[in-house]
Ligand binder design. Structure first.
Ligand SMILES: [Zn+2]
Length: 164
């Protein structure tokens, strides 16, 4: 079982671990004892700047601290379904796993693709795609819309169904 430190007792985190924890540990057994912290808009001073840098994202990760943060206000603008939120959490976890495995690409879009692959690995490709669409539609981060569309297109290509 993965160790998730569910700081704000978000039920989605418990559900995520119950649903996907075993599958993750089966593939990444070295993560078994890794404590991943997850919380809502923390006020911890060390994290305020990181939060400020990423407040246009519903979730962010800080891989060097094994930390995932949910931005409630930004999150609420998008109207995600539960499975879409799971896909986003999986994406953030993908960033952390890449960091731990020391396999982080230099280019930002490649980093996003790599984290997307982790959602896809957990069977959440459709959910990630619709989550990305909602982020583009909500226009929470206009500068990222183009890259998010590229990520949607890439998932479609991987799925090979031509659906957009
Ligand atoms: Zn990302």
């Amino acid at each position: 079982m993965m160790i998730f430190e569910n700081i704000n007792s978000l039920s989605i985190v418990d559900d995520f671990v119950a649903k996907y924890g075993d599958k993750i540990i089966n593939k990444y057994s070295h993560l078994k004892d890794l404590g991943i912290k997850i919380c809502i808009d923390t006020q911890a001073p060390a994290l305020l700047k990181a939060l400020d840098d990423c407040k246009d994202s519903p979730y962010m990760s800080n891989p060097s601290c094994n930390l995932i943060i949910k931005h409630k206000d930004t999150f609420n603008k998008c109207g995600f379904l539960v499975n879409e939120e799971m896909a986003i959490i999986a994406h953030e976890l993908g960033h952390i796993i890449a960091f731990i495995s020391k396999e982080v690409p230099k280019e930002q879009l490649q980093k996003e693709y790599q984290a997307d692959d982790f959602s896809i690995f957990l069977g959440l490709a459709d959910e990630l795609k619709s989550a990305l669409k909602k982020m583009v539609e909500a226009d929470i981060c206009p500068d990222s819309n183009k890259d998010m569309q590229k990520r949607i297109d890439r998932i479609c290509e991987i799925q090979g169904d031509g659906y957009k």
